[in-house]
Design a protein around this ligand. Structure first.
Ligand SMILES: Nc1ncnc2c1ncn2[C@@H]1O[C@H](COP(=O)(O)OP(=O)(O)OP(=O)(O)O)[C@@H](O)[C@H]1O
Ligand SMILES: [Mg+2]
Length: 342
């Protein structure tokens, strides 16, 4: 059993500000958990703390059955894949993959067998004699993965491993890594700032902001039942519209809506960009900008003076005005001050 448990985890670099601010997280054995959040929210720091590359300020880290607070990184039985791959430039692909095994004094036959097994799994068999600089980004990425999996670690930590790849290769490697996870049946903790990566790869997603967990749940729940405005805005494209609710009624651009929620006063309404033309109340807006994104179009406009956007099909009628169709059933209600969902 190799779950990872973080208990009251705090990290401060300067003794003043907690960049990791009391994180509690229970990751199950064999689970694929994605940490997502904007730049500087503490994603890499959490991985580095789990790996032991950074000392914790307070709290506990348990890997499997073992409290590892004071365990040396090399004895934690984890493998780390970095954004930069960190391959040894002077070593061949074979030696890069074999490196960790040689350090651990495996015998030559075992090393060879393991390297070939991994090379086969990652389709690197024809590249074993090359140096890293003779490889494409995607190939280097696979070598870095190979070097990590060859040791059979209990836990994989991956810090934005796909961010150096072009868009197509990234999509391809996403499914490769998922396949690897299904095959290895090991715990994966994967960091990204890309919401699509988080939604497509994670069994569960941790949404972080300023060193704190905002929500930890399945992609479905994170997307459909965000717990606050931050999560709703970070995952997917959501519009936020300020309204004043009286007797459970409010107006958007002069159109009246009624909610059965017991709310009153200033409230922020959330509605997803793809739900702007699927409801029953028609609102005419004048788009300020329209963007072609390939299969669909995004139009930008204002509602109650809030900047909003809608995803519409390419053949949607775009003229001086555009017809939105919104429904109160697709709206989320957020506390105007705390941002908590109502
Ligand atoms: N060695 C360090 N000394 C001081 N502050 C640090 C150090 N490493 C990170 N920080 C700070 O801790 C915070 C979290 O950094 P971290 O690298 O974990 O962010 P991140 O979520 O991985 O961001 P990114 O998406 O940009 O990689 C940031 O404010 C960063 O400036
Ligand atoms: Mg980082």
């Amino acid at each position: 059993m190799s779950g990872v448990i973080l208990k009251n985890l705090i990290k401060s670099y300067d003794g003043k500000k907690n960049v990791i601010d009391n994180i509690n997280l229970e990751i199950n054995d064999k689970e694929f958990v994605v940490l997502v959040g904007s730049s500087g929210c503490g994603k890499s720091t959490i991985l580095r703390l789990i790996a032991g590359l950074e000392d914790i300020t307070s709290g506990d880290i348990t890997i499997g059955e073992n409290l590892v607070n004071n365990v040396h990184p090399k004895d934690r039985d984890i493998a780390f894949v970095f954004q930069s791959y960190a391959l040894y430039p002077h070593l061949s692909v074979y030696d890069n993959i074999a490196f960790g095994l040689k350090m651990r004094k495996y015998d030559a036959k075992t090393i060879k067998d393991k390297v070939y097994e991994v090379a086969k799994a990652l389709n690197l068999e024809d590249l074993l004699n090359r140096k890293p600089k003779q490889l494409s980004g995607g190939q280097r990425q696979r070598v870095a993965l190979g070097r990590a999996i060859v040791r059979n670690p209990k836990v994989f930590l991956m810090d934005e491993p796909l961010s150096n790849l072009d868009a197509n290769l990234r999509v391809h490697m996403r499914s490769e890594i998922k396949r690897l996870h299904n095959k290895l049946k090991t715990t994966f903790i994967y960091v990204t700032h890309d919401q699509t990566e988080a939604l497509t790869m994670g069994d569960r997603i941790v949404v972080l902001d300023k060193g704190k967990i905002q929500q930890f749940d399945t992609p479905d729940v994170i997307y459909n039942r965000p717990c606050n405005k931050f999560v709703a805005g970070f995952i997917g494209q959501m519009n936020f519209i300020d309204v004043n609710v009286e007797n459970q009624c409010f107006e958007i651009e002069g159109h009246r809506f009624k909610t059965d929620k017991t709310v009153s006063g200033l409230v922020t309404i959330g509605i997803r960009a793809e739900k702007m033309i699927t409801g029953d109340v028609k609102i005419q807006v004048a788009p300020e900008i329209t963007e072609m994104t390939g299969g669909e179009r995004i139009i930008y406009f204002s509602l109650n003076s809030n900047k909003c956007c809608a995803k519409v099909p390419m053949d949607y009628k775009i003229g001086e005005t555009v017809e939105l169709k919104i429904s109160v059933d697709d709206m989320y209600f957020f506390n105007n001050e705390s941002g908590e969902v109502i």
